[in-house]
Design a protein around this ligand. Structure first.
Ligand SMILES: NC(=O)c1ccc[n+]([C@@H]2O[C@H](COP(=O)([O-])OP(=O)(O)OC[C@H]3O[C@@H](n4cnc5c(N)ncnc54)[C@H](O)[C@@H]3O)[C@@H](O)[C@H]2O)c1
Length: 313
């Protein structure tokens, strides 16, 4: 029999890439989303097959109703973006911490087998060794990173104190891919750069552009998430999910320029508060324990993004 899955944040960028992968393997998929940063259009190709519950993570009742009958929960719903959390830490905390607690409580109350939580590289902060390993002490800079860390700790705590309730934490690093919105005020760097370079406009770089990031194509994140849903003996564990390769923001801009065959004009602004200097991951734990392999590299992934962004109406 097919399994019932709940995917919070399924209308967002990563969630809407996870939906077809779940449907393809025969799962029944329910999405809980308030479409605050996500977009219904991302789910348009799957509306015949996906149950969409419009609702708020901050409401326990709404979350509880959405969790009912699910065997596995992927909790991706969140208010992303470091700058957004610097602007409005209260809402970031309410959605990302209280919302996660609601998901965990409802999942516990409904006998869900496992919750897979989408955490973030931002929990590491700026200090310490590179690449980041899961055993390093977290030291987040931004309110977003603090909220993700608190939510992570709730996940680990629940796996310890409630018998047979499983949680797995995935720390995603700078994910990019189709369905990532270039138009939002808090848009991520890859869709911003692709649309700017394609339009012959300058790209804006905060800082000197030599900060490193572990740009991770979304199909890799989808694969890691599916593996984390079912791997045996991993409850309470935390895994980095990344490409495992550092690239500078300057290099990213140059690579996008060469894929598009266009010159790149760079406009440098001061670094933004809350941003970390360097961020890249050791993914050996996900490799050895989950069987994760980041199959799509930066350049191939960027080509896929260029195709998808430029074919949009
Ligand atoms: N994109 C990245 O590089 C990245 C990196 C690390 C971690 N993450 C995490 O992965 C998850 C998915 O990120 P994304 O990039 O797809 O972001 P996204 O903003 O596209 O998706 C988040 C989804 O959550 C929904 N949502 C927000 N607040 C909600 C609320 N109060 N109630 C119900 N739904 C709500 C949004 O409408 C959206 O559909 C998030 O938890 C994010 O923190 C993303």
């Amino acid at each position: 029999m097919s399994r019932q899955i709940l995917l919070t944040g399924g209308g967002g960028f990563i969630g809407s890439n996870l939906v077809p992968a779940l449907l393809d393997r025969g799962d029944r998929v329910r999405v809980l989303d308030n479409f605050s940063t996500g977009n219904r259009a991302n789910l348009a190709p799957y509306l015949d097959d996906v149950e969409v519950v419009e609702g708020e993570l901050r409401s326990y009742e709404r979350v509880h109703a959405a969790v009912r009958g699910a065997e596995l929960v992927f909790h991706l719903g969140a208010l992303g973006s470091v700058p957004r959390s610097v602007q409005d830490p209260l809402t970031s905390n309410a959605v990302n911490v209280d919302g996660t607690l609601n998901v965990l409580l409802a999942a516990r109350d409904e006998g869900v087998r496992r919750v897979v939580f989408a955490s973030s590289s931002s929990v590491y902060g700026s200090g310490g060794e590179l690449p980041r390993r899961e055993s390093m002490p977290p030291d987040p800079i931004s309110p977003y990173g603090v909220a993700k860390l608190a939510a992570e700790r709730y996940c680990v705590s629940f796996s310890r104190v409630y018998e047979s309730f499983e949680t797995v934490v995935l720390r995603y690093f700078n994910v990019f891919g189709p369905n990532q919105d270039p138009r939002s005020q808090y848009a991520a760097v890859v869709p911003l750069f692709v649309t700017a370079v394609a339009a012959g406009e300058p790209v804006t770089i905060f800082g000197d552009g030599e900060q490193s990031r572990d740009f991770t194509y979304v199909a890799n994140v989808v694969e890691a998430s599916l593996l984390a849903g079912d791997a045996p003996g991993v409850s309470g564990r935390i895994f980095n999910v990344a490409a495992g390769t550092p690239e500078s923001v300057n290099t990213l801009a140059g690579t996008i320029g060469s894929i598009l065959g266009r010159p790149v004009e760079r406009r440098y602004l001061p670094p933004r508060p809350g941003d970390v200097r360097d961020s890249w991951a050791d993914v050996s734990a996900a490799r050895s324990v989950l069987g994760y392999e980041p199959r799509v590299g930066l350049e191939d992934g960027l080509r896929l993004v260029v195709d998808s962004l430029l074919s949009r109406p």
